[in-house]
Design a protein around this ligand. Structure first.
Ligand SMILES: C[S@@+](CC[C@H](N)C(=O)[O-])C[C@H]1O[C@@H](n2cnc3c(N)ncnc32)[C@H](O)[C@@H]1O
Length: 289
């Protein structure tokens, strides 16, 4: 258990050690010229490739994120993909398997920990900003990204102020049908994420809202895209995750208000029958997105 806790802390602690080395506002760094891997034929291949890289991105989280990205392809959603907090590149590897022609993969971290071996596992060559997410807007030309990012993965310091700044940036860059995924959204070891996110959502003129949460991640979309993403979660997510290798998938939704109507996805507890938690009590919340 202690080993697991340490493994989970290590990257952020390492990040603190790396902080003084990075310029305050950062810079775009040239990565070693490694040829990308050929595009994966299947999800199993994407998962195995990413799992071969050190990191804490769990198999269940990979399956959910991959299913959301695959749904974007079905919806004809196009745009760039970016990530704050890359560490050794495990989640970046999964993301890279979804980048299509004309789309960019932009990574940002206060340390550059991607080895040539890892770069050879990525399916596209990423752009890399060495610096903090707070300084990202001073380094990267946001013009071509504004309103054109279809998937943003936020997994950096998890501090209150960084989370607020990241929410602002995500809101500025996300496409109308884009998705932002916040790591550790509901992890109370980082309990500051919750107030930072809800402060942003309730005190700004944003149209972002959660459509899906898990124990590890929270997924947001624009209000106008909720019908599409909500219908996907309700009608297909369980099967999509099963097809990726986890059978006991459950959805929970025990309220649905205009202000908050997200689904929770998790694995069933022993003896629990799915796929809808408390359907006899909360059936009305599973009838439509
Ligand atoms: C938990 S790791 C990321 C794990 C990675 N997303 C994965 O799933 O494999 C957190 C990363 O955030 C980076 N980080 C910490 N503070 C940051 C900041 N303010 N801006 C950008 N990156 C930051 C750290 O250097 C570290 O590499």
């Amino acid at each position: 258990m202690l080993k697991q806790i340490f493994a989970r802390l290590a990257p952020r602690r390492h990040a603190e050690a790396a902080r003084p080395l990075a310029a305050p506002s950062g810079s775009i760094v040239e990565l070693p010229p490694v040829s990308p891997a050929s595009l994966p034929a299947s999800y199993a291949e994407r998962q195995a490739n990413a799992a071969g890289i050190e990191g804490m991105f769990s198999t269940f989280s990979m399956q959910i994120m991959d299913a959301v990205l695959a749904q974007q392809a079905r919806m004809g959603c196009t745009g760039h993909i970016f990530e704050f907090g890359v560490w050794r590149g495990r989640s970046a590897c999964l993301l890279s398997g979804h980048v299509r022609d004309g789309e960019r993969l932009v990574l940002c971290d206060i340390g550059q920990y991607l080895t040539e071996e890892v770069l050879g596992r990525l399916y596209v060559r990423p752009e890399f900003v060495l610096g903090s997410s707070a300084g990202f807007r001073h380094v990267m030309d946001l013009g071509p990204l504004r309103g054109r990012v279809r998937f943003a993965h936020v997994d950096s310091s998890h501090s209150y102020q960084d989370t607020l700044a990241e929410m602002r940036l995500v809101d500025e860059l996300l496409a109308p049908d884009g998705v932002a995924c916040l790591d550790d959204f509901a992890n109370l070891n980082y309990s500051q994420i919750l107030p930072a996110v809800f402060r942003y959502l309730s005190t700004t003129d944003t149209d972002l809202e959660f459509f899906l949460v898990s124990n590890d991640k929270g997924y947001l979309c624009r209000r106008a895209a909720f019908a599409d993403y909500g219908a996907f979660v309700l009608g297909h997510l369980v099967d999509e995750v099963r097809a990726r290798g986890t059978d006991n998938v459950m959805l929970a939704r025990t309220d649905a208000q205009p202000e908050y109507r997200a689904f929770y996805v998790r694995q069933a507890a022993a003896g629990e029958a799915g796929p809808f938690f408390g359907e006899h009590l909360y059936g009305e919340f599973y009838r439509s997105p």
